[in-house]
Design a protein around this ligand. Structure first.
Ligand code: SF4
Length: 362
């Protein structure tokens, strides 16, 4: 359960808590996009509209891994789900409400892109990634259905350690399924992820096998930290060769948030180092370089590029996007809010987290 002290700490870091175990936080790229100052690499690679993206988690305090690269507080890691299980509909409604509440201040920003300010009121995308391990949430398939049933897309990011839940989401798949490929060998995997769950490597591999059955877009993401898991690219390439995926992202660790207490700046690779590493992975796996985003230190690899890589959000919009009933849907209307007010002077020591995007899980 979330303690009051932890809740205040999270709210001071910019989170808004939804129900018993969910939360939103505005991604740094969402803010940038609202000021026309660039978008996240998922915009470059897949067409995600960053200004209409809700970055959320249904598993705020639940993660069974303690990865070296994680920019979150890993002190709250837990082996199993405990506590109440909220309704998926309430989670989606609450996340949209709190997300819009956090964005309200942009309306008065003279540097804001007004067209995007109007559009942000109808979110198009849920990034189920903010913190925690979402496959621990017992009603995840219903949550994905709830999001997609409203005409929005969903990106789900997992550490792959709950194959039982991954099996259940087959048939309820998100738009894009991300799995973090922390290492290609058991030894490196255990050192990098520091799991609480037993047989984590075997369970991760079971999830990788389940990906063969998925009809959604599947991504293997390598989050590469110098001194931990950024060596032996050929081994990664050989491992990847036998897997089932559509995209491979090679992404550099970024020295932000709580990760600063575990690593040093020297653990952060440069974009050139990521490019060089990605080229070797690609060669060993028989993949091609497709694109890159130096600001986020990330390179995209695929077997072959394909026309539908960039999602057609205009087509999504031509379908009816269900407006949340928490919105006043009149043109120019304002969201009706039910936001918690930011606690001030709580006296807590605040660990500042950067905005999502550079070291995000999404
Ligand atoms: S980085 Fe992730 S959370 Fe941020 S706008 Fe892009 S998809 Fe959304």
């Amino acid at each position: 359960m979330l303690t009051e002290k932890k809740r205040l700490e999270l709210e001071n870091q910019g989170y808004r808590i939804v129900g018993n175990h969910s939360a939103v936080k505005i991604c740094g790229w969402t803010k940038n996009a609202l000021r026309s100052r660039g978008m996240c690499y998922k915009n470059t690679f897949y067409g995600i509209q960053s200004w209409r993206c809700v970055q959320m988690t249904p598993a705020l305090q639940h993660c069974n891994f303690r990865c070296w690269h994680c920019w979150r507080d890993i002190a709250t890691a837990s082996r199993e789900w405990t506590g109440p299980v909220d309704e998926p509909k309430e989670i989606v409604d609450g996340c949209i409400r709190e997300h819009l509440g956090l964005l309200m201040g942009f309306r008065g920003n003279p540097n804001a892109n007004m067209k995007r300010i109007e559009e942000m009121k109808v979110p198009l995308h849920f990034a189920i990634s903010l913190t925690g391990e979402p496959t621990m949430y017992p009603r995840l398939p219903e949550l994905i259905d709830e999001i997609q049933g409203r005409g929005m897309t969903a990106y789900l990011v997992t550490n792959g350690s709950y194959p039982e839940m991954v099996e259940k989401i087959i048939g309820h798949e998100p738009t894009q399924f991300y799995i973090t490929l922390a290492a290609p060998t058991e030894e490196m995997f255990i050192k990098t992820t520091n799991p609480l769950t037993k047989h984590a490597w075997e369970r991760f591999n079971k999830t990788l096998q389940l990906m063969e059955k998925m009809k959604c877009r599947r991504v293997l993401r390598l989050t590469l930290t110098k001194g931990h898991n950024m060596y032996n690219p050929e081994e990664y390439g050989k491992f990847i060769k036998n897997l089932h995926f559509d995209f491979v992202e090679c992404k550099g660790y970024v020295h932000v948030g709580y990760a600063r207490y575990r690593n040093t700046r020297d653990n952060m690779p440069t974009h050139d180092e990521i490019k060089e590493f990605a080229a070797k992975v690609a060669e060993a796996a028989g993949l091609k370089y497709i694109d890159e985003k130096p600001e986020s230190s990330v390179v995209l690899l695929m077997k072959e590029d394909r026309p539908d890589r960039i999602l057609d959000f205009e087509a999504e919009l031509r379908n009816e996007v269900e407006l949340p009933d928490i919105l006043d849907s009149k043109p120019g209307g304002l969201p009706i809010l039910n936001s918690n007010s930011m606690p001030k002077n709580s006296g807590l020591k605040i660990i500042q987290e950067s905005g999502c995007g550079d070291n995000c899980n999404c």
